[in-house]
Design a protein around this ligand. Structure first.
Ligand SMILES: NC(=O)c1ccc[n+]([C@@H]2O[C@H](COP(=O)([O-])OP(=O)(O)OC[C@H]3O[C@@H](n4cnc5c(N)ncnc54)[C@H](OP(=O)(O)O)[C@@H]3O)[C@@H](O)[C@H]2O)c1
Length: 305
């Protein structure tokens, strides 16, 4: 791996594609840790903003970025975008340096990870699927949990870069094992999110104060990290920018249900959770956070929608 020396420690050149709600702070933390960083984003203004904030270079295309780095990270909306970058019009594989390490951190189907990996490896690179758990506050704090699939030696080479974004890194097995674990985690997250929304609205309808009830949730048996970091948006949904979107949440449940199908498992609760998300999306909450299921239930109760 070619390196650039900054001070005493040689650090790989890192490329980052996908500067959305999660990717922007993740990339900013890589720059803050001293890695030479280049970025590309479909909407160029986000790459320009990151460059202005951190001193990173803004590349003109995914191809130009791929040709200039040792480690390439993607954090994009879904598997379609991932595969377009690696196997379609994005042109990344044609430009990769020999031995380049690619890590996809998006939430995608394990088969999509494996297809991207096959393209990268045919081009002489290495690939690790490394999705994350934790929302934008943890991305900003650099305390995400990473669950990775691929070769142990590739993960070890990526570890210094991952350490800039995360506080825990788990190696779950071969290619696709990270993506599989992420879909299992999200299946639980959507069950919990749906339960918190329903229970909160029920308690309000029965005459209790939202904030008082949430305070007990946060300090009771259900006080998971999710309940803590979504506190503000559950309490004051109109005042907090959405850390996620319902459209992406439905995508995750579609992926989990497809995985369950192919693995011969059943996810009856996930089927129900997805149908509630779909109702909320149809009612106009698609770009709101998944916690807006509570807003949807409140408005449905009031007969507004
Ligand atoms: N938000 C969370 O709490 C969270 C937590 C864990 C994992 N995730 C997962 O992380 C990934 C990113 O989530 P996010 O919340 O950061 O989403 P986001 O804010 O919607 O960002 C999506 C990124 O993908 C890019 N993109 C979308 N369509 C594209 C296309 N056709 N071609 C090229 N680039 C495209 C977007 O570019 P533009 O800027 O041009 O739109 C943006 O950089 C998703 O897979 C999500 O499921 C999210």
């Amino acid at each position: 791996m070619s390196t650039e020396t900054t001070g005493a420690a040689p650090k790989p050149r890192v490329g980052f594609i996908g500067l959305g709600r999660m990717g922007f702070p993740m990339a900013a933390n890589i720059a803050a840790a001293g890695f030479p960083l280049s970025v590309w984003n479909r909407t160029a203004s986000k790459a320009e903003a990151l460059a202005a904030q951190t001193g990173a270079a803004a590349a003109s295309s995914p191809e130009a970025l791929a040709g200039s780095v040792d480690v390439l990270i993607t954090m994009v909306a879904d598997g379609r975008v991932l595969l377009d970058l690696y196997t379609g019009g994005g042109g990344v594989c044609g430009a990769l340096r020999e031995g380049a390490l690619c890590a996809d951190m998006s939430t995608v189907n394990p088969d999509e990870s494996r297809r991207a990996a096959a393209a990268v490896e045919a081009a002489g690179g290495r690939f690790v699927d490394a999705p994350v758990s934790g929302s934008t506050p943890l991305a900003e704090a650099g305390t995400l949990t990473i669950m990775a699939g691929g070769r142990a030696e590739d993960l070890e080479r990526l570890r210094p870069v991952f350490d800039a974004m995360s506080s825990r890194i788990y190696h779950m097995g071969p290619l696709g094992a990270g993506a599989t674990t992420k879909l299992a985690v999200n299946t639980v997250v959507y069950g919990l999110g749906q339960s918190v929304a329903e229970a909160l609205v029920m308690a309000e309808a029965a005459g209790l104060e939202r904030e008082a009830v949430y305070e007990v949730f946060a300090n009771s048996a259900v006080g998971a990290p999710f309940v803590h970091y979504r506190r503000e948006i559950f309490l004051t949904p109109d005042e907090v920018p959405p850390p996620f979107s319902m459209v992406l949440a439905k995508k995750d449940l579609d992926l989990a249900l497809a995985l369950a199908d192919s693995a011969g498992a059943s996810l009856p609760q996930a089927v129900l959770n997805r149908s509630v998300l779909m109702e909320a999306i149809r009612a106009g909450y698609g770009e709101d956070d998944m916690s807006a299921v509570a807003e949807y239930l409140r408005s449905a109760r009031a007969g507004e929608k």
